[in-house]
Every structure is written in structure tokens, then in C-alpha cells.
Design a protein around this ligand. Structure first.
Ligand code: SF4
Length: 330
């Protein structure tokens, strides 16, 4: 009965396993994808966890493998990307898709950043790279903003775009601008963020509306760091914490890549970048810099709620990491 469904299921599971094996065994040493960027913001880490990357690069089998459901969400992202490829092709502006970007950061010749920018277009002689992201649910609400919050990209996507922009600046490959394009799977809304880097290496984010209108320019270096925010006790505007979480220096991204490279070479397990369970002190710091609501903080303080970083709850190596840390979660 319904053999074609089980056949399809097995094909999909096979694809999933092959992609895990490729990541573990076939990727050349020193090669890192821009989507794996990580940065330490003093109070929190944003992006990938160095420990989970270490497990992946040293061939540790995921103890909490991705489900087919998650694979389908990723696959649907490719569908939206194709939708915009078709639109840009029809407009006559499309130059290339999956445009290969490969480079070693000037101060770290041992590592190679290798990525594929989704769309390269040319308009009025200007070449522009576009990275397409599709999102839904509360993440989409955060990115698109509301009457209380401003639209902002996620740190992971921002770091990826920053590296593409930096490569264009350093190598002079003829690509002038880099944009992140988000599409909301819930309702079809879309918006663009143009990503630039200031002379000190911090991102400048231009928020662009769907008709191409410039809505806001955010020079992240002009905002306080998360540490500075955490030192004052007044109630924080959530927008300040969100912008401070994007105050990421390009060199600090490369430095983290090098740390992963060195850890892999020396076969030394890197520290955990995220927390499976917040202590009251962690919650207090997050609350003071505006990354945790007062309600959640009070519940953790009273012991009526436990919480930790989302990165850990979604991590493919959670069980392995717990074992290696000697933590036994009840
Ligand atoms: S469980 Fe958390 S700390 Fe451990 S490897 Fe995964 S993301 Fe990193």
C-alpha cells in the first residue's frame, strides 16, 4: 500500500544522510562556509557554535539529527530563491546564480571561506549580489518589524553578507553592493537590507522598502555594546539590544573561524558557545541588556521556568555535548 510514499521517504532520508556525511568527511580542511560564521559579543555568542562546528568537522555523527520536516523547510527556502531568480531573469538584470565567492581573510591565510551568493544582477552597469532568505513565524515578525520594533536582519545572515561585502572590498571583484532579501512565507511580504562595512569593520545596515525606498540607515558602531547596555539597570528599549547584537566586527568573525580551524587541527574540543540552561545570573544579564523580557526573567528567578539558548535546543549534537560536559539534564 502506498509504496510510492515510502519510496519517496527513503530517498529523502538518504539525501539527508548524504549531506551529513559530506559535511563530516568530504569537506577539505580549512574550508568554512559563510553561513557558519560566529561572533562573540561579550555577553552572548551569535551565529554557529564553535563546539558544534568542531563535531561536524571531525566526523562526529549527529546525536540529534535533523528531521525530514526541517529538511523540507530548508528545501522550501530554495523554492523561494528560485522564484526571485526567475523574476530577475525576466527583468533582464540577472547575470548569474549561485555565484562562487572564495577567499582567505588577509590575516588568516590558512582558512578558506567558500560560499555561493544566490543571485548576481547588473543594473545600469552596477553589479549587485543578493542573498535570499525565506522566513516565517515569530522570526519573520522580528525581521520585518512591527509598530514597536524596527526591521533588522538576523546576526547569522548579516555576518554572511558582511563577508561577501568584505571580499568585494578587498578583492575588487567588480561587485559593488550586497543585499539581503527576506521573504515572509506567512504572507508574501518582502524587504531588502543593503549591507556595508565602515572603516573600523562594523556593519552599516540600510533598510529598504519593497518599492526601493530607503527607510533607515543604521550605523551599528554608533550604538553601545551589549556589555555597556547590561551595566545600566533601567528598562531597555528592545530595539537597542537588537541593534547591539548586530554590532559585529568583521575581524572578530575571521578570528573565530581561525579558532575553529586551530581546534580541529589540535583535536581539542572548543568551549560551549551557548547555554543549555540559564543560571539566574545569566538571566539577569540578559534581562539587563534587553535580550530577555521582564516576565521571563521573573519566572526564571522564581524557579517556575527553565530556559536556555535556542541554538542548544536545535543543536544536532546536543546529547554528545551534554556527555562531553558531564551535564545530566533531568
Ligand atoms: S548543545 Fe549548545 S553548546 Fe553544545 S554544541 Fe550544541 S549549540 Fe554548542
Amino acid at each position: 500500500m502506498s509504496e510510492f510514499i515510502s519510496k519517496m521517504y527513503n530517498i529523502e532520508v538518504g539525501d539527508l544522510l548524504r549531506s551529513v556525511n559530506f559535511e563530516a568527511y568530504e569537506r577539505p580542511e580549512g574550508v568554512i562556509w559563510p553561513s557558519e560564521a560566529t561572533a562573540d559579543l561579550g555577553i552572548v555568542t551569535v551565529g554557529s557554535c564553535r563546539r558544534s562546528l568542531y563535531y561536524r568537522f571531525t566526523g562526529v555523527k549527529p546525536t540529534n539529527p535533523l528531521s525530514l520536516r526541517v529538511k523540507y523547510v530548508c528545501d522550501s527556502g530554495k523554492m523561494y530563491e528560485q522564484m526571485f531568480v526567475d523574476k530577475y531573469r525576466k527583468s533582464g538584470m540577472l547575470l548569474e546564480t549561485q555565484c562562487k565567492i572564495e577567499f582567505s581573510p588577509p590575516s588568516y591565510p590558512n582558512i578558506k571561506i567558500s560560499g555561493k551568493m544566490d543571485i548576481l544582477i547588473q543594473d545600469n552597469g552596477v553589479k549587485t549580489g543578493i542573498e535570499v532568505k525565506s522566513i516565517s513565524g515569530f522570526k519573520a515578525d522580528e525581521i520585518f518589524g512591527s509598530n514597536k520594533s524596527i526591521p533588522l536582519p538576523t546576526p547569522n545572515n548579516l555576518m554572511q553578507a558582511m563577508m561577501y561585502k568584505h571580499q568585494c572590498m578587498v578583492k575588487g571583484n567588480g561587485i559593488k553592493d550586497i543585499y539581503l532579501l527576506y521573504i515572509n512565507r506567512n504572507n508574501g511580504y518582502f524587504c531588502y537590507f543593503k549591507i556595508d562595512i565602515d572603516p573600523e569593520g562594523y556593519p552599516i545596515i540600510s533598510v529598504i522598502g519593497p518599492e526601493g525606498e530607503l527607510l533607515q540607515v543604521i550605523e551599528t558602531a554608533k550604538y553601545p555594546t551589549l556589555r555597556e547596555l547590561s551595566l545600566t539597570s533601567e528598562e531597555k528599549d528592545p530595539n537597542s539590544a537588537r541593534i547591539s547584537s548586530l554590532r559585529i566586527n568583521i575581524d572578530s568573525i575571521y578570528q573565530k573561524f581561525d579558532e575553529i580551524f586551530q581546534a580541529r587541527k589540535a583535536k581539542t574540543l572548543p568551549p560551549k558557545d551557548y547555554k543549555l540552561l540559564y543560571t539566574i545570573e545569566d538571566a539577569k544579564t540578559l534581562y539587563h541588556c534587553g535580550l530577555m523580557t521582564a516576565r521571563k526573567f521573573k519566572m526564571i528567578q522564581k524557579g517556575t521556568k527553565t530556559d536556555g539558548d535556542d541554538a542548544c535546543s536545535m543543536c544536532q549534537y546536543q546529547k554528545k555535548c551534554l556527555e562531553d560536559t558531564g551535564i545530566n539534564l533531568k
